[in-house]
Ligand binder design. Structure first.
Ligand code: NAD
Length: 314
């Protein structure tokens, strides 16, 4: 069933996700503060709006894919934001796929639930509009191939209504619980990913100095207890695997800057909940240092090169 979808945030991820919705036959109205990103989608068949508020006036479902919490707050509650379209809201379902802090996801979802549906809203069984936090894993490759994994927080009936759209952009959808739990899952995933990447890099650097060839060590790891995504899918050592950022000078992939943002979210969440996070604190500092040295746009597996191979960072 084709739906009127509004899409805001057409960057590295959002541009592909929006295009996949168009390919699945949905009608798309787009907005981004970068005009070039908007025009590229308009060329493919989308219509454009001049503000989030205008998107809301034309859409039954909204999807946002923005850099960070402040951008999500602005797009939802700013002076030309989604929730300012008029007194009542036309979209009954709002899906935020940005990686942001769970607290912001909960606060914005609560604001959405205090809105009323407008008379021209497409009624899909909700009394009030529902917002889901639905961050993704799978990177730009997954966004382009429509094979993302969605981690979803929010009411079950909202998730049920969102499924056809999520399946046009991804392969797996996991319901994590109430509002904010999708964001929480994403923050925890990236925390563990960063620490394991640092651990694998440290072990390979030591191994090389002990005279073990990286390829041999990766074969050992991948059939032993050190096996993990950072060793068998995204190995940080140049030449060990083809088609990973490490084998193309750490170009493309997931930037140190974005990972640094996500580790910052983990620190914030740990503070709010009183959780001890000694390893996250240390890895956050390592990546802050890598960014300061001018490598913030490189893929985060560059920690192998920048921390252990080149000039010392400290
Ligand atoms: P990006 O910076 O490439 O894209 C963000 C887009 O949002 C840009 O086009 C920007 O112009 C637009 N934007 C920013 N503020 C806006 C505003 N107020 N109004 C309208 N448009 C605005 O980022 P991305 O790589 O597409 O990532 C988006 C989100 O997905 C981030 O939260 C990121 O952490 C997460 N994520 C990224 C990846 C990845 O591999 N790149 C993977 C998983 C999750």
């Amino acid at each position: 069933n084709a739906q009127n979808v509004g899409f805001i945030g057409l960057g590295n991820m959002g541009s592909h996700m929006a295009f996949n919705l168009l390919k699945a036959g949905h009608t798309l109205c787009v907005y981004d503060r970068n005009d070039a990103a908007v025009l590229s989608l308009v060329d493919k068949g989308a219509s454009k709006a001049d503000s989030p508020r205008e998107v809301a006036e034309q859409s039954d479902v909204i999807i946002t894919m923005l850099p960070a919490s402040s951008h999500v707050e602005e797009v939802y509650t700013g002076s030309n934001g989604l929730l300012r379209s008029s007194r009542d809201l036309r979209p009954s379902l709002l899906i935020d796929s940005s990686t942001i802090d769970p607290q912001t996801s909960r606060v914005v979802a609560a604001k959405v639930s205090t809105c009323r549906l407008s008379t021209n809203a497409r009624r899909i069984g909700f009394e009030t509009p529902i917002m889901l936090d639905a961050p993704v894993s799978g990177g730009v490759g997954g966004a382009s191939a429509a094979s993302l994994t969605f981690m979803v927080g929010g009411p079950e009936k909202g998730l049920k209504a969102a499924l056809p759209l999520l399946h046009a952009m991804g392969k797996r959808v996991v319901h994590c619980g109430g509002a904010g739990t999708g964001s929480a899952a994403k923050v925890c995933n990236n925390l563990a990913m960063a620490i394991s990447m640092a651990g694998v890099s440290e072990a390979f650097a030591l191994g090389q100095r002990l005279g073990i060839d990286a390829l041999t060590l990766s074969n050992i790891f991948n059939s032993s207890s050190a096996r993990c995504w950072s060793s068998d899918t995204y190995n940080p050592v140049p030449g060990v695997m083809e088609n990973v950022p490490a084998s193309r000078n750490y170009v493309g992939g997931f930037s140190c800057q974005l990972l640094g943002k996500d580790l910052g979210l983990a620190l914030m969440a740990a503070k709010e909940t009183g959780s001890p996070i000694p390893l996250t604190t240390q890895v956050h500092e390592l990546y802050a240092n890598i960014c300061q040295k001018g490598y913030s746009h490189e893929d985060f597996s560059n920690i192998f090169q920048r921390l252990y191979q080149g000039e010392p960072l400290h």
